[in-house]
Design a protein around this ligand. Structure first.
Ligand SMILES: [Zn+2]
Ligand SMILES: [Zn+2]
Length: 254
């Protein structure tokens, strides 16, 4: 068998290419859009008849982390929703639990009919911050190739030189601004592939169709959000493209 050439690696990577939307800090949006504007912290928007969500673990109020005007700010190949909100419980801390419910909630909408801002007796849990979206390209992390390209994964297991070579080839194809080739999916982002901060690929499978879910939102600790998961915890929300009521949560800490 002839050794793998650079062109072979690119041939294997190219079909995996996805788009992602990177969110970066921005000034406050104009008043007209404030209802559904993407925000981290502050108060969430919901349908008129919806109430503040309770934790299904401890029955306390969940805390509001973020909402995304997905139809407007999702510049990538989006999942079929228009808006979503994300809540989390720091009492229960569903940290690495192997189940898809309990201690957190994603509410997603294909359209908001009568939106209102939900108020909370004790005020916002986190300082309100805003984001501006940028379109980027994305290829799987080295560890993500186990799921997305087993052929390449099998060739480079335990061979760090080879893995680094693949990382650099992927960076050339995506043309991302990354600190290092293996950090090319980092940041706060919608869609694309996750940056697995510390460990293997943990992409959840949909419990209805058994297919891998897609990344909905990745939150790295940045000035975009005051919410923290450990010192340097990265949080990943996933959603099935077909069954959007099925979502998954993962976390990795460095
Ligand atoms: Zn709880
Ligand atoms: Zn599904």
């Amino acid at each position: 068998m002839r050794p793998l050439q650079k062109e072979d690696v690119k041939r294997l990577l190219r079909p995996l290419m996805r788009t992602r939307t990177v969110l970066e800090p921005a000034p406050r949006p104009s008043a007209a859009r404030e209802f559904v504007a993407t925000r981290f912290g502050g108060l969430p928007t919901a349908e008129e008849d919806e109430r503040w969500p309770l934790c299904d673990g401890c029955a306390d109020d969940l805390r509001f982390v973020a909402q995304v005007d997905y139809a407007r700010d999702g510049l990538h190949d989006r999942l079929p929703i228009a808006f979503f909100t994300f809540f989390y419980c720091w009492n229960c801390h569903p940290w690495g639990r192997d189940r898809d419910r309990g201690g957190w909630l994603v509410r997603s909408y294909t359209q908001l009919r009568r939106p209102k801002v939900l108020v909370h007796g004790t005020g916002p849990d986190f300082h309100e911050r805003h984001a501006v979206p940028h379109l980027a390209k994305s290829l799987p992390d080295w560890v993500g190739l186990r799921l997305h390209c087993p052929e390449l994964w099998a060739l480079g297991r335990g061979d760090y030189g080879f893995q680094n070579w693949v990382d650099r080839a992927a960076l050339k194809l995506t043309q991302e601004h990354a600190l290092r080739p293996h950090m090319r999916n980092a940041g706060v982002a919608l869609g694309g592939y996750p940056w697995w901060a510390n460990g293997g690929d943990e992409t959840p499978l949909c419990t209805e169709c058994a297919r891998p879910m897609e990344l909905l939102l990745q939150i790295r600790p940045t000035e975009l959000t005051d919410a923290r998961w450990g010192d340097v915890g990265t949080l990943y929300l996933f959603m099935c493209r077909t069954h959007t009521q099925h979502t998954g949560l993962r976390m990795q800490c460095t």
